[in-house]
Design a protein around this ligand. Structure first.
Ligand code: SER
Length: 587
């Protein structure tokens, strides 16, 4: 028996002994890659280095990377799918290539993990007009002792790897564990006989947007081994939910189920999986909170889906926080951020589950009612929008419920209803905002401009680009700003923030405003809420190099008008949220 801690340690130690530098798991929220919402593979944070940039750790790296993939969310509940998983990986950045990569994988599996060579099968690239048949990899496998009948040549569909549509890529060789109790002719079919445990990608091409492949300057290796699947295989478990990272939570849930059934077991797995993913997203150093856009939306969907499944098997929604506390204990020694952020994780989870739990029951009743009078087995866009707007049902949940009942949903109608609502509330908000500020005039306008400078000064001083406004209230006398941050600011930090704002004021830069689409705003580096697929035009206010933010305005014409900025209070507002009160004094 091998547990997760032993497997992580063995892996990292083995590759350290082969000259690799052990690097920490990168954030789940990609830092420099706006094309993906979450880190989905170990190679993702390493793309610049695969393309030739020098990595401080050298040319051989190894790590355990936390990954989130939600593409297969509907499969979660079976034996092997999860929305979160850990990937053990090793990389050659223009250093070793196929020979060493394959030899070390073989050595690790057979010597370190003690897998019998007879239990291994591999696939290599069959070759096509882009890239030749991979006889080189096959020859190395043969040298290792894998007989020809266990080396399968497969097409691009199976033996080619790229993270998205463009980027570094290449042929790969995949390693499978043979489960003799199951049926299957080749690793390409789905009989379950061949369980993929490791993928070694030979990244030496770059795929361009026009589909062209060009050779990279360096030949890289990118390997990835799924921790949960490997543990399952090594220990002879029938599901990843039996591994030591998931079993305790599944057991906690099973202990509360009054009528065990296949359905209940599926629900248990879904709740465990989604809560684990939510725990890691909330607890990430660059973590986000549930919201209606982007990553926050995925997080919200996961939590709400878990609540629905919990309720479905008669469990209280608060069971999610119990599960999260268990996950923090299971993972906290290796992923210390979970311990550091445990309060935030549990509090955010509690808030979101409570919020949804209040409306879920009513929403489900409304859904049942709908089933009674819909026409053509189709739920109208308007009805789906009501479920979203009034009861907090993510549209994907309405779709899923509908599928379960054999009815469809008019999603186009949903989008139309959503758009109409957005337009109306935007107009309303602008009206309110104008009214609010025109009442109090020039002082509030200046304080509003100071709020933008303060936001950016906080991000820069605390080196955290994820700091966002959580609330703002401006009177003619002072500004009040709430923002996410886990601890009180030190005196030095407060001073540094004040200095930054005053520097921007001293620079007397003009405040300019441009209208653009949210995408353009994002590309321009403006701060704000992005990925809102329903938005049209936003205003972006720029203050020299000191601030760029999406906002309705109005603002002072020049930062020089503001006077001397002073923070008068820094205190807690709620869990994970700080509050600053500040004034502008006459210079
Ligand atoms: N990038 C490859 C994968 O995700 C190997 O790490 O499978």
């Amino acid at each position: 028996m091998l547990n997760s801690t032993e497997l992580r340690n063995k892996y990292l130690e083995f590759f350290r002994s082969k000259g690799h530098t052990v690097i920490p798991s990168a954030s789940l929220i990609p830092e420099n890659d706006p094309t993906v919402l979450f880190t989905t593979a170990g190679m993702q944070p390493l793309v610049p280095y695969l393309l030739g940039q020098r990595h401080p750790g050298g040319r051989r790296l190894t790590d355990v990377q936390k990954c989130v993939r939600t593409g297969d969310i509907d499969e979660v509940g079976d034996d092997t799918h999860c929305t979160f998983f850990e990937m053990l990986g090793n990389w050659s950045l223009g250093d070793y290539f196929k020979q060493e990569s394959i030899a070390w994988s073989y050595e690790f599996l057979t010597k370190e993990l003690g897998i019998s060579p007879e239990k291994l099968a591999v696939t290599v690239f069959r070759g096509d007009e882009d890239c030749p048949r991979d006889e080189e990899a096959a020859a190395v496998w043969k040298k290792m002792g894998i007989p020809a009948e266990r080396i399968f040549y497969l097409p691009k569909e199976n033996n080619w790897w790229i993270a998205g549509a463009t980027g570094p890529c290449g042929e790969d060789t995949e390693i499978f564990y043979i489960d003799d109790e199951k049926e299957g002719d080749s690793p390409a079919d789905d009989g379950g006989k061949y369980v993929e445990i490791w993928n070694n990608v030979f990244m030496h091409y770059y795929k361009h947007a026009d589909g062209r492949l060009t050779e990279l300057e360096q030949k890289n290796v990118d390997t990835g081994m799924g921790l949960e699947r490997t543990l399952m295989t090594l220990n002879g478990y029938s599901s990843v939910y039996d591994t030591d990272v998931l079993r305790p939570v599944c057991e906690l849930l099973r202990g509360k189920v009054s009528c065990p059934s296949e359905e209940a077991e599926r629900a248990v797995r879904i709740i465990a999986d989604h809560t684990r993913t939510a725990t890691f997203i909330l607890g990430d150093p660059r973590g986000v909170s549930p919201s209606n856009v982007d990553r926050g939306y995925i997080l919200r969907r996961l939590i709400r889906r878990a609540v629905r499944y919990a309720r479905g098997i008669g469990l209280d929604a608060s069971v999610l926080t119990e599960c999260a506390a268990k996950f923090i204990a299971i993972y906290g020694d290796f992923y210390t951020e979970l311990k550091d952020n445990s309060e935030k994780i549990l509090e955010e989870l509690r808030l979101e589950t409570e919020k949804f739990d209040k409306t879920l029951h009513q929403g489900l009743k409304e859904f049942e009612k709908l089933l009674g009078y819909i026409k053509d087995n189709r739920i109208s866009g308007k009805a789906a929008f009501k479920l979203y707007d009034t009861y907090g049902f993510p549209p994907e949940m309405t779709l899923e419920l509908s599928r379960e009942h054999g009815v469809t949903v008019d999603m186009e109608g949903f989008e139309r209803a959503f758009n109409e609502h957005q337009q109306k509330s935007k107009a309303g908000a602008e009206q309110k905002f104008k009214g609010g500020l025109s009442d109090s005039g020039v002082e509030t306008t200046r304080l509003h401009t100071a709020t933008h400078l303060l936001m950016e000064a906080l991000r820069r001083t605390l080196s955290d680009p994820n700091i966002m406004q959580k609330g703002s209230n401006i009177t003619p006398e002072r500004l009040r700003l709430d923002f996410n941050f886990p601890r009180p600011l030190t005196e030095e930090e407060i001073k540094a923030v004040e200095e930054k704002v005053n520097e921007a004021i001293a620079a007397a830069v003009p405040v300019t405003c441009e209208e653009m689409t949210p995408d353009e705003a994002h590309a321009s580096g403006a701060v704000g809420v992005f990925g809102d697929r329903y938005g049209d035009v936003v205003k972006v206010y720029t203050m020299g190099n000191y601030s760029k933010e999406i906002c309705g305005g109005p603002h002072a014409a020049n930062t020089g008008e503001l006077g001397h900025f002073k923070i008068v209070k820094e205190q807690s507002s709620s869990a994970g949220v700080r509050r600053i009160k500040a004034v502008l004094e006459a210079k």
